[in-house]
Write a protein that binds this ligand. Structure first.
Ligand code: FES
Length: 117
């Protein structure tokens, strides 16, 4: 139903805004895949926490409201991401809830596949 829709905007490093919708329970990786958003290399490991290509940067307020803190496995992968920030998370580990409606996340300029190292 419509009430399950969550608006999400991805913002590229060049400022381009990509406005999309996901559903409650989708991961941010699901949103990228389901909307066929063209982010080269994004989500390479399909959410198995082995690539870090799904690195996204949150606004501090949104970051602090995320219900789940990153796991040790996520933190290890984030360490391998380029342009890491204090409000970085891996998109495959973030599950949409209704209160995230209107979320804006920044896509880092460089997508790094940790598996290529
Ligand atoms: Fe590979 Fe998220 S898709 S770590």
């Amino acid at each position: 139903s419509l009430s399950q829709e969550v608006k999400v905007t991805f913002i590229r490093a060049n400022g381009e805004r990509i406005e999309t919708k996901g559903k409650v329970g989708d991961s941010l990786l699901d949103v990228v895949v389901n909307n066929e958003i063209d982010l080269d290399g994004f989500g390479a490991c399909e959410g198995t926490l082995t690539c870090s290509t799904c690195h996204l940067i949150f606004k501090p307020d949104d970051y602090n409201k995320l219900p789940e803190k990153p796991s040790d496995e996520e933190l290890d992968m984030l360490d391998l991401a380029y342009d890491l920030t204090d409000t970085s998370r891996l998109g495959c580990q973030i599950t949409l809830s209704k209160d995230m409606d209107g979320l804006e996340v920044h896509v880092p300029a460089t997508i790094n596949d940790a598996r290529a190292a």
